[in-house]
Write a protein that binds this ligand. Structure first.
Ligand code: UD1
Ligand code: MG
Length: 457
């Protein structure tokens, strides 16, 4: 892709039509196929985000009937996207034509994408559109298939694409062709409707094939071009094994991108990212860490093994884990330490604060340099409401304490270990909430004598 291509493409308006009406029967799922996730985002979400990055100026999504769940996802991703329902599933051209109203409005380029092909890259859409700006009528995306079975085959003459023959309709000789149709297409906007309206369903499946527009356009004297991509990018998901394969490929991309940006992954193949994970320079991630959505880790922080993070921000120089769980709203301050078997939710942990072992902090604010002892629990929930715990700067919470929220523990205050704290503690005070210890001298000797005597009887 040359720079001039990119510039030409970006000045043109572009309608993207995403086909998402497939039933996805092979997924054997109550959930529609395009809502299944890879890297913590629906496949449909990936495709729509990629189209937006590729410069689509408007988006139409074609969904199946009674799919409020898919419509809701579309709306959440983009409020501007238009939704069209394909009532009967009569083929890919029929699906595209469900968005007739969108096609009737002028756009320089139209691109067709599939909601179950999540690995496509923005630059590939740009590459697909480029020949349109040079006068082509239709551009199809081809790839060299390791196993072409099931794919449409490209019938070519030189660089011209004459037709796409679906596997079922192909002759023996045509089936030997390995340059296959990836499914995605770009069509000149002013031609799209007239080409699609000419498609018939005289084929083995009795469906209206989008692929037929190539032969139609060629017959009308329009140039039909090919854009070639790697097979990985047009990997379509039809079953759970292909979903897992898509996850592997996308994780691999995210790992490579993290390392290229200056993050150390000790064992990259064991670290799982969300599509939106952000990691600063010199972050170190030990083996076996899972990032859910919405995590930001700033420069030089260390995430130790077996930690699970979601919706959390970890400031520079902080350490998390091993075996830590950060849930949404966990804000870990600079140089703070979260140790093993600690769960933190909706809590602001101040700079340099330490929560080293076996603790639950929920709905809390912890001041800078505070020390939270092993086994501290914020009792934030009474079965109805959630309540906050405020812990001041430099406070020291003794081990095995329950802090019954709402509660405020002042700056520099101490909590005696094993306390159940139900009343606020002022700055620099000591709070104790436990039974007083009694000591009985010689009690053990007496006890043993009695017990031995009883045993002999
Ligand atoms: C399609 C191409 C084939 C290509 C292959 C690449 C056609 C006719 N064939 O075949 O050349 O090699 O993709 O994977 O286009 N859909 C609808 N409504 C319909 C039919 C399909 O929304 O009525 C959607 C599906 O959900 C899917 C996409 O369109 O996302 C492609 O349909 P699919 O049935 O998978 O086409 P293939 O047979 O794989
Ligand atoms: Mg398919």
């Amino acid at each position: 892709m040359t720079l001039s291509h990119t510039a030409q493409v970006s000045s043109r308006s572009c309608l993207a039509i995403v086909l998402a009406a497939g039933e996805g029967t092979r997924m054997k799922s109550a959930k529609p196929k395009v809502l299944h996730q890879v890297a913590s985002r629906s496949m449909l979400g990936h495709v729509m985000a990629t189209l937006a990055q590729a410069g689509a100026t408007s988006t139409a999504v074609v969904i199946g009937p009674d799919r409020e769940d898919v419509a809701k996802e579309v709306q959440e991703i983009s409020a501007q996207a238009r939704i069209f329902v394909q009532k009967d599933r009569l083929g890919t051209a029929h699906a595209v034509l469900s968005a007739r109203e969108a096609l009737a409005q002028p756009a320089d380029d139209v691109i067709i994408a599939f909601g179950d092909t999540p690995l496509i890259l923005p630059e590939t859409f740009t590459k697909l559109r480029a020949p349109l700006s040079e006068g082509a009528g239709v551009v199809a995306m081809g790839f060299e298939a390791k196993d072409p079975t099931g794919y449409g085959r490209f019938i070519t003459s030189g660089t011209e694409l004459l037709a796409i023959r679906e596997h079922r309709d192909a002759s023996e000789a045509e089936r030997a062709i390995t340059l296959c149709n990836g499914g995605l297409m770009a069509i000149r906007g002013d031609l799209a409707l007239s080409l699609l309206d000419r498609v018939e369903n005289k084929n083995a499946k009795g469906e209206y094939y989008l692929t037929d527009i190539v032969e139609i356009a060629h017959g009308l004297g329009h140039r039909t071009a090919i854009a070639v991509v790697l097979e990985e990018e047009v990997h379509g998901v039809n079953d759970r094994a292909q979903l897992a394969a898509a996850e592997r490929m996308i994780q691999d991309r995210l790992r490579q991108a993290a390392m290229a940006a200056g993050v150390t992954l000790v064992a990259p193949e064991t670290v799982f990212f969300s599509h939106d994970t952000r990691l600063g320079q010199d972050v170190l991630v030990e083996p076996h860490v899972v990032f859910g959505p919405g995590v930001l880790v700033e420069e030089g922080a260390v995430i130790h093994s077996f930690s699970h993070l979601e919706g959390a921000r970890i400031a520079s120089g902080a350490g998390v884990g091993p075996f830590a769980r950060l849930r949404p709203g966990a804000l870990i301050g600079p140089k703070a330490k979260v140790g093993n078997f600690v769960e933190i939710k909706n809590t602001d942990l101040g700079a340099g604060a330490k929560v080293s072992h076996l603790t639950y902090l929920g709905d809390a604010t912890v001041g800078a340099e505070a020390n939270i002892g092993a086994g501290t629990i914020t009792c934030n929930y009474d079965g109805f409401g959630k309540y906050r715990t405020e812990i001041g700067e430099g406070a020291f919470i003794g081990s095995n304490s329950s802090l019954v929220a709402p509660i405020t523990i002042g700056k520099g205050a101490f909590v005696g270990s094993g306390s159940v704290i139900t009343d606020d503690i002022p700055d620099n005070a000591l709070g104790l909430g436990r039974g007083r210890q009694t000591v009985k001298e010689g009690w053990a000797i007496e006890f043993r004598e009695k017990a031995q005597a009883a045993k002999k009887k």
